[in-house]
Ligand binder design. Structure first.
Ligand SMILES: Nc1nc2c(ncn2[C@@H]2O[C@H](COP(=O)(O)OP(=O)(O)OP(=O)(O)O)[C@@H](O)[C@H]2O)c(=O)[nH]1
Ligand SMILES: [Mg+2]
Length: 420
């Protein structure tokens, strides 16, 4: 059983930031994701974050008072704190201090299942820690990640600190090397897929929007085995790795579908960098399905963050279909479709066939219907087409089999000699 810890959450509400309340609510959810209960919330309206202590000194006293009154265990700040801010706050508050980045890193660390995801999180954690070695204490043990309790030792002398620093630097280069190897394997896989020539469709979006649920529904819709299901759950960052599935439609057309990590506001840059190779998969996609939880009041903001994060990892100019999911909770008619937007409910499986239609229209643009007469002594071509293409009509003539068939332009060119 996990022991419920209690935290005071602290946020600075900057002028013109219209999403502050939602962000604090999200911070609460992030904390909950690693079993930390919110005991109290302290906010401050200012124009700028206080360089020394994030909030003003008066506020620091207020936090300390509340911390003691509510018998809390730690204080969590809504932004990434600088090394000196952590140091100053820990000294003033005399308690464990965490920031939004550490919280997200801790969640990722718990959720990571594959070796690659684990290494990526560990890398991000080490890079975050390196400049903060002096200030941090108990906070670090929470992140796991194998660096252990060495940093708890606050009074450690310079030599110890140097040792720790060197150890972390060594670990960073080791993980980077190992990740390079994995990346090599991933590139090979990607090249193999490219050679297959199948179009790639990538699910992207804010965490908990329903990406994995959509992937599972699409597999179900196209008659795939249940054992290929990906993990879907009502929690932040359920998915931390990329899954690729081959989808074969009724008319034999095929594409690859990828599901990947979701985004969140203020996703730590170290994490984005560490997960780059995982996230980059979307860059080579022929179509992005940008999944949105339309039942959330802040869905526009979430779409913005998703777009900005995609930009950051170099995903640009990829045709995008916006999938407004969870329409069942949004009090809106569905399934409906307009321009590049589709309203569905993945949970109810409503709108999935419309989604398949939209995907088809967007990725199989170079298909054409041709009439072929295949000589009887080349029956293997007929079998190939029956298994791999959409055969609309078949007739037997004196000279061979007459087919009306839908093929890609590449196949059409290959079969040009048989056209009639
Ligand atoms: N009401 C409702 N709930 C949905 C719908 N689609 C998904 N959900 C629920 O939303 C939660 C999150 O779904 P996931 O598919 O795991 O979301 P995700 O986008 O893959 O999330 P991450 O992997 O964390 O980024 C699950 O509890 C789903 O059952 C929907 O159309 N309506
Ligand atoms: Mg998921």
């Amino acid at each position: 059983m996990e022991q419920q810890e209690k935290a005071i959450l602290v946020g600075v509400h900057k002028q013109l930031d219209h999403h502050f309340e939602y962000e604090m609510e999200e911070l609460q959810n992030l904390a909950e994701a690693i079993g930390i209960e919110t005991a109290g919330i302290v906010t401050q309206n200012v124009e700028r974050i206080h360089a020394g202590t994030y909030v003003g000194t008066g506020k620091v006293d207020e936090i300390k008072g509340l911390f003691e009154a509510l018998d809390a265990d730690l204080v969590i700040f809504n932004d990434e704190l600088s090394p000196s801010q952590i140091r100053n706050l820990e000294a003033a508050l005399e308690c464990e201090v965490m920031d939004r980045t550490m919280l997200i890193l801790a969640i990722f660390s718990r959720r990571a299942k594959t070796r690659e995801a684990k290494m990526q999180v560990e890398l991000a954690q080490h890079q975050y820690m390196l400049p903060r070695l002096v200030g941090l204490r108990a906070s670090l043990s929470r992140q796991g990640g194998g660096t252990g309790g060495g940093f708890k030792n606050r009074g450690a002398g310079e030599t110890k600190l140097e040792l720790d620093r060197r150890k972390i630097e060594e670990q960073i280069s080791r993980i980077k090397r190992e990740l390079e190897t994995v990346k090599g394997q991933r590139d090979t896989q990607r090249k193999r897929r490219q050679k297959q020539g199948l179009p790639v469709v990538s699910l992207v979006g804010y965490t908990n929007a329903g990406k994995s649920t959509i992937m599972n529904q699409l597999m179900r819709e196209t008659g795939r085995e249940e054992d290929k299901q990906v993990f879907e759950k009502d929690m932040l960052f359920a998915t931390l790795e990329t899954s690729v599935r081959q989808v074969k439609l009724e008319d034999q057309k095929e594409f690859l579908l990828t599901d990947t990590v979701g985004f969140v506001s203020k996703l730590p840059t170290h994490l984005i960098k560490a997960f780059r190779s995982t996230l980059e998969e979307a860059r080579d996609a022929d179509l992005l399905l940008h999944v949105v939880d339309v039942s959330n009041e802040e869905y526009r903001y979430m779409m913005d963050i998703t777009s900005k994060t995609l930009e950051q990892i170099g995903v640009e100019d990829v045709p995008t279909l916006y999938v407004f999911n969870k329409s069942d909770l949004a009090g809106r008619e569905y399934p409906t479709y307009k321009d590049d937007q589709l309203w569905i409910s993945a949970k109810e499986g409503v709108g999935i066939s419309e989604l398949v239609d939209q995907i088809k229209q967007r990725i199989f643009t170079d298909y054409q219907t041709v009439n072929l007469v295949i000589p009887f002594d080349q029956g293997d071509i007929v079998s190939y087409l029956n298994a791999n293409a959409n055969v609309l009509e078949t007739e037997y003539e004196e000279t061979g089999t007459r087919l009306k068939v839908e093929v890609s332009s590449k196949d059409a060119a290959r079969l040009a000699q048989f056209q009639s």
